[in-house]
Ligand binder design. Structure first.
Ligand code: NAP
Length: 536
């Protein structure tokens, strides 16, 4: 038996030094807690450390995708582009770590292996892969909803002689595709950003597409100094207005409060066109029911297919690139020249929707009875989203209950934040919360503030543990399901549903009910003395 007395003790152990972990550490310290962050990577930055593939940038505008908790921070930081590129986002994470003197509370290159709840001590014993252990009163999972890359079990992948790079685990040394024949598997948000850049560098690019993607133009550009000054003149007001928006962003362009079905064909076309020119997610707010009603959705989907047909010169390629599923059902991609890239003579598109990849070979891949040869392979195959990272851990709650047992049919929790049987464990921006449908930094700030208030409440009452009840959890699962049923999100095979991972239970994981409603519900639970929880 290990000597528990020798195990260092902290008030709060935080897993992950991305935006969630950094803000949680800052906030914990402001409560006077002794908190420690462990981070598997050798750097802070989380998603923006790992996802450094060519073209990686945020799909929410930079002035919105940043912390709001400190007025001086938001005033002094300057974004160079409308949509910040990955290196700048990583610099921002590092700046936050330095500016708030957080580094001495962060252990880098320290990956969590597991944590067991010790019922006698009412504390978590947390273990890192390197064998280090800590005893913690509170355990906060700030490990991110999209942090476990999905590496499909492709036959023969090991036989491929050239380099294989995953977009979510990109090398930290420069990757030069000049003069090479490159293959990309996948056409989600990561691929849509990477493909135009790889195509400009490589000799040949072959894209293997299972499902065509809807992409709206980013119209990325240097940040307009007048716009920046206007926002900074009332940054707090801008943030507050954004928090009242469905996704925690976009208050400058609210959704048109009219059904697409109530508009004439000309009005619809004009509204779609206007929003397409603005770019990004604006198009999905052209009417108020595009993500709620399949008929309305079909109208905007056809508008985007029209854009694809008018951009891509080869009609067969244009048709292959034209998605047939409901738009927005998989997260809309935000692109810079994606469809136009397929007009280049060095780019070819291979449809693998009917004939999947059979196997990789030393020189390439076999699919549909054909063999394709290339020098380097890029897997843009996404993530085991929302649950993948937690389910890889040896995480045990009360009575040795494992997270794998608890979540065997899908992620159960209360408010997305807490899990019955796992006292004092909080999960930031995970399943059951609006994370994936929200400007995630807004979601992170709301979660961290809620956790801090909750711990403050426990302290004020002389209590030390909080645990969700099973009835509250069951009711929350129904709430998350009901919110999804009111949308078009159940109509395709997305990572929201776990459908991208063979064998993963199909359960709609993020909460589609709107950020303001969700935040109010969390606040109401707290105001009502943490109803649905047992406090002890
Ligand atoms: P993704 O959206 O899940 O896309 C993965 C792609 O790989 C899909 O085209 C998928 O096809 C394909 N794929 C997966 N397994 C395959 C297999 N066995 N055979 C063939 N194709 C396969 O992943 P992602 O592009 O990394 O994006 C994930 C999420 O991260 C996004 O939805 C977004 O939330 C976030 N993200 C955001 C940005 C941004 O713009 N800021 C950039 C990147 C990522 P199917 O569609 O048929 O499954």
């Amino acid at each position: 038996m290990k000597d528990l007395a020798a195990t260092p003790s902290v008030d709060m152990l935080i897993v992950g030094a991305g935006f969630a972990g950094l803000y949680m550490l800052y906030k914990a310290r402001s409560l006077g807690l002794n908190a420690l962050v462990i981070e598997g990577a050798p750097s802070v930055g989380g998603t923006w450390y790992h996802n450094r593939y060519p073209g990686a940038r945020v799909d929410i505008q930079s002035m919105e995708y940043s912390f709001s908790f400190d007025e001086a921070l938001q005033q002094e930081w300057h974004w160079s582009e409308r949509y910040a590129p990955q290196p700048e986002l990583l610099r921002y994470a590092n700046h936050v770590a330095d500016r708030f003197a957080l580094r001495d509370g962060i252990r880098l290159s320290t990956r969590m292996a597991g944590a067991h709840f010790d019922e006698a001590a009412q504390r978590w014993t947390v273990r890192a892969e390197g064998g280090q252990r800590w005893s913690a009163l509170f355990l906060v999972m700030a490990s991110g909803p999209l942090s476990s890359p999905n590496l499909p079990d492709f036959a023969g992948l090991k036989d491929f002689a050239g380099p294989v790079h995953h977009t979510a685990d990109w090398p930290h040394e420069p990757v030069d595709f000049s003069g090479q024949r490159v293959a990309v598997v996948g056409t989600g948000s990561s691929a849509v950003q990477a493909i135009p850049i790889i195509a400009r560098q490589a000799r040949e690019l072959t894209v293997f597409q299972r499902t065509a993607a809807y992409a709206a133009p980013a119209h990325n550009a240097p940040l307009d100094p007048e716009f920046e000054a206007r926002i900074k003149a009332d940054y707090a007001g801008f943030r507050a207005r954004n928090r009242r928006m469905h996704g925690g962003f976009g208050s400058l362009l609210p959704p048109n409060p009219v059904s697409a079905l109530a508009a004439s064909a000309e009005e619809r076309e004009a509204a779609f066109e206007q929003r397409w020119k603005i770019g990004g997610f604006a198009i999905l707010g052209a009417f108020n029911d595009l993500l709620l009603n399949e008929q309305s959705n079909a109208l905007v989907a056809e508008f985007v297919r029209g854009k694809i047909r008018s951009t891509v010169k080869d009609p067969r390629t244009a048709q292959l690139l034209s998605p047939t599923h409901t738009i927005g059902c998989k997260r809309l991609c935000v692109d810079s020249g994606y469809y136009d890239t397929f007009n280049r003579p060095n780019v070819q598109l291979v449809d693998i929707s009917r004939a999947p990849i059979e196997r990789f070979t030393a020189r390439g891949v076999r699919t549909g009875g054909r063999e394709f040869e290339f020098d380097a392979l890029v897997l843009a195959t996404g993530f085991d989203a929302m649950t993948g990272t937690m389910l890889r851990l040896d995480l045990r709650g009360r009575s040795g209950l494992t997270i794998q047992q608890k979540w065997h049919a899908g992620p159960l929790n209360y408010l997305g934040l807490t899990i019955a049987g796992f006292p004092n464990l909080f999960n930031i921006a995970g399943p059951g919360s609006t994370s994936a449908f929200t400007n995630v930094i807004v979601a992170i700030e709301q979660h961290v503030d809620w956790i801090a208030d909750c711990i403050g409440h426990l302290h004020a009452k002389g209590l030390s543990t909080i645990e969700a009840t099973e009835p509250a959890e069951a009711a929350w699962a129904e709430h998350v399901n009901a919110a999804a049923r009111r949308t078009v999100f159940l109509s395709c095979n997305s990572w929201y549903l776990g459908a991208n991972i063979p064998g993963k239970p199909r359960m709609f994981m993020p909460l589609a009910g709107g950020f303001p409603q969700y935040a109010e519900r969390c606040a109401q639970v707290a105001r009502n003395g943490y109803e649905g929880f047992v406090l002890a």
